[in-house]
Design a protein. Structure first.
Lengths: 348, 348, 348, 348
């Protein structure tokens, strides 16, 4: 460490998942930034459904928590040190972290799709530690400077907002688009806001829960429908784009029927491994079905979009927790009124 | 005429360009809608720079006014009759007219680029008459129903707004885009509004006239710069997209230098036939230079975008004229405060 | 009829499907070309799997043969008359017919996707008659002039070749692409040839039948594999594109696993209405799944590609039949050596 | 150096440009591969027009040869050592080198356009040395394994062939495309071959020299025209794509007129810094004008395409020279029959 080493301690607090449903505060060494890395003092960490899933089940599909793991990948903070290849001018910058580290040399990395890199490291995905701790390292170009106009919380939420922007980009949303979003949770909300950023004029969101339908109208949705209502007819929507955010199989099936010819369906929410899909419908209407896996360089776009009128990421935050209370944060989604919980690791 | 023929007169008023700088009110037969046409009673007609150009010079490039010509191609109105192939349900609809009529069978028409159809008819382009008259015919699918939320004037201005949307589509504007627009006249304003519809976070407009720079900040521009200011440095803009709306050669040249690698330049304003362009710069930065010629099916998009907050097409209208005063309308741009003049042919 | 009416009879032969598995030769009036139509004397008609399906089952999904129907939509012929809006110069032209007739005014037609037009008529799809008869009408721009270098049979086979080209276009095949094709029947062969036209360097075809695997190597395939071989490992293919031509569910499932991240799957063969698909795989690899429904203006491309070395459409023809023997033609695929049967309605 | 260091000398021969038109054979240290580099023993080096330009003029535009410079960037060779981050399995591989080294962290690098990286190093572009010497280093992923089917010379020529493929990709060449190529020199030939790889059915090449026109017919051109012939009418070509390979201003101007509406022009040959271009034509036909600057990850594609029938890169080689005769190689284009000269640095 080159510059302000005097002010950086050698050890730090970390909230560590040691076993299924078991978190422990541990003292760990502060990491050292590699050549092209920055060291970031963590401020806000948003709690994501995948964090909750690892906490509750100890795994997500083939990703199994075998060794103690630090969760958290929605992160803002302040650069406090830099690796030898990075300008010291960055020290002191408020940043939002894009929590991935691609190999940069495979065909995917070189073609602008580094999210598909097979050697990609990602925060809080075993065995890579996340950000529910005092300090993290990140590649210098994955720590994005944020303007004063964005709060620490908003800066952390640029990560799930990036998922929404990436999904809307794949769905080719543009001015005049009619977009169907299934699921009115935090991802549905961020996708809806992203759709408006892309100019969508209609964002129809479906959800089974009335209170969530009502709430989503404040997050970009222009209409919120109950898919269990007998009067609900997906075919009549004739949507240009359909973005699935619920992980529910019936939502996926009705969404495909809601698309007009040539429409695009994007999978964001993950549910069943396999779903019986109407392949003849896909063929005869030339629908396009794809999905998003993280994102590619969406932070500049997210930072810009998050400052536009109508896009208030702070409004998603329904609860704040201290790092010591991470367990409470990870179970806070038991409350039906919960939208997005944030762990405040440090603050200005 | 099938339905309400009783209420439609056999003749109508038309403001006819009989020679350079000479307009005459004439009595003309009301046109009869062909099989797939509608007959529209004209309400508002926006005055476009090309109308003024034909009026002043009697030609635009190879398009020469040899026979008397009705000007006007920014048009709203009400459907009053339909051809035999069109449902009578359309009678009574308020519509905005897309003022072109493609052949529908050439390769361009079949590939979604009917604006490039070599047999395309276009209002107010010799020898096709425009809409500065009481009634016009249009193909049924080129008369777009407009919602009550849009005024007759706004409905007419969907035409130049369509140019802006088409330009932004070609320029691949999206959330986070930094867009340079050269020229703060009505087209610059509509392009700027369109860029915001596409999610652009920065819309930098240049114009030599201070009052125009100030005004454009109310029409989507996030900054307005004086290109004659010695401190103005196009290279520092590093724009993603550049949309030329001034027709001025220096604006085109500095705009190309304002693009970062891979940026897209779109020509909207037409000035000199030929311009000395930096071809090595285009090659070594892999810039893309293209232009717009009208638009393809942009009305649905324009209607949706024109209803979004921040997009107020009525605000562009600086003067209204009666059909009898068309000559005054065509010379109203002498007033530097003029933005968009509208001829009110009829009203509700 | 304007020009050579003297030489055109008033009635003609037609092979009519009157009930499931029942064909009848009937005397029918020769159709009259509408304004923008041409009248074509039929030469060669290829037999397609859908013709066979209608013959055997009386329906394909929701398309039910309720009234007598003429089958056949792979058609070449000679223009013998024109409608009033078409130049008489076309009389005498050898043509290949694109067997569809879109409305030309809906949003799909205007956006270059007229194959998705909801009012589209298509030969041999109830209630529209096909071409197993002496004369047919077609829109003038859907009757494509063919050069002498292409035989009547080859000209007819431009239709299924168009399906292959359209599929390869959607699959973004280009030089260097590794393409997986499942199914070595006539469609698999035409897709493989099309993939080579697009520059694919590897075209791996799978089929359960050894003789079909062997044969496909003469139609563009660079390798032919047995998917039932225990050593067959789809994951190891790392294909850029996967084009499903068998309609077999296991082929679809293994094909999706054969794609590398970001790969594109295109459904051509239709089998089960619904298939349980690995949606998490689609999402986490950002695969794209889509399908083809006919084609859009592929004849110019097909005519050009069919004349390139290595693309010999005539080589697909394994049997010829007279119009009176249509029933034999429709059952000729019982022979495992059958590739493509052609009904010779007339010849030069 | 880890493995075969015993066999690698400490110094090597290098042909060094010490001043305008002055080459010197020098003894230089063999370079050491950095962490992710390989060390390659050079075999064949193609002579490019830019090498000749630096030799004759000591500069290309703003790139000025201030210090001694090794020329040569069309390179094949054999891996003889690897940096500490690279598997030793690569030692012994025959490779073609993509002669660039991007920063991998800027926005261009991360979006799949690393050729636009502003910190990119490129062989034989001051101050970066090229390959007219015994050994060079390259990033491991920029040294592409070549199959036995490609000769050392062909492997070196994958570099200019890559330019052709990249140009055809930007020009959206596909089956059925009609392509105009201006200039029948080596780049025109490689662009023509590349266009055929992309499926172009017509490749019309123009050149003022009859012998070059005749020769190009062996390299993918389907027609070769004399642009000085009074009968030559570019407008009648109605080309889909136009690829400028001559650097001649009249060729650029006539090529733009040869494009039909919506056509794409790609600048490859560089001539004048500025050219008076028909901007109104570009706008009213919605032409697209762009250029290529090197390429992005084209070697896999080039390796595949170079093995297809009809693409024989060896056939371009008109002369071979020893490293000591580099000066003769750099002046060999004085001979009008010269197409491509190759310096044989070593051989198997």
């Amino acid at each position: 460490m080159t510059t302000t080493a005097g002010t950086i301690p050698r050890t730090m607090r970390a909230s560590v998942l040691t076993a299924k449903q078991s978190l422990q505060m541990q003292e760990r060494p502060v990491p050292t930034p590699a050549a092209d890395d920055v060291l970031v003092q963590v401020r806000s960490v948003g709690v994501c459904g995948s964090d909750v899933h690892y906490y509750r089940n100890g795994r997500i599909g083939d990703f199994i928590v075998r060794d103690p793991l630090v969760l958290g990948h929605e992160v803002s903070g302040v650069v406090v040190d830099v690796g030898p290849g990075v300008s010291e001018d960055r020290v002191g910058e408020r940043v939002a972290i894009e929590p991935q580290r691609p190999c940069r040399i495979c065909r995917h990395c070189k073609s602008g799709r580094y999210n598909l890199c097979e050697r990609l490291d990602f925060y809080a995905t075993p065995p890579i530690d996340g950000a529910l701790c005092d300090y993290v390292v990140a590649p210098t170009d994955f720590a994005h400077r944020v303007p004063d106009a964005l709060s620490d919380h908003a800066a952390a939420l640029l990560e799930p907002f990036s998922v929404g922007l990436w999904a809307c980009s794949k769905a080719a949303v543009e001015p005049g688009s009619r977009v169907l979003v299934t699921g009115a949770g935090p991802i549905g909300a961020l996708v809806s806001l992203a759709a408006r950023s892309y100019g969508a004029s209609e964002v129809v969101v479906t959800d089974l829960v009335a209170s969530r339908r009502e709430r989503i109208l404040g997050f970009g949705a222009t209409a919120a429908l109950d898919p269990s209502d007998p009067a609900f007819d997906p075919e009549s929507l004739a949507a240009d784009a359909f973005i699935e955010c619920s992980g529910a199989t019936p939502a996926l099936l009705s969404g495909l029927r809601a698309l007009h010819g040539g429409g695009i369906a994007v999978l964001v929410g993950l549910g069943d491994e396999e779903v019986p899909l109407p392949v003849q419908l896909i063929a005869t209407r030339e629908l396009v079905l794809t999905g998003v896996f993280r994102y590619v360089d969406t932070w500049p776009k997210a930072i810009a979009a998050a400052q536009q009128p109508g896009t208030d990421l702070d409004a998603l935050v329904t609860a704040e927790f201290d790092l010591e209370d991470t367990e409470a944060a990870l179970t806070s989604d038991d409350d039906p009124a919960s939208m997005k919980s944030v762990v405040v690791v440090s603050s200005a």
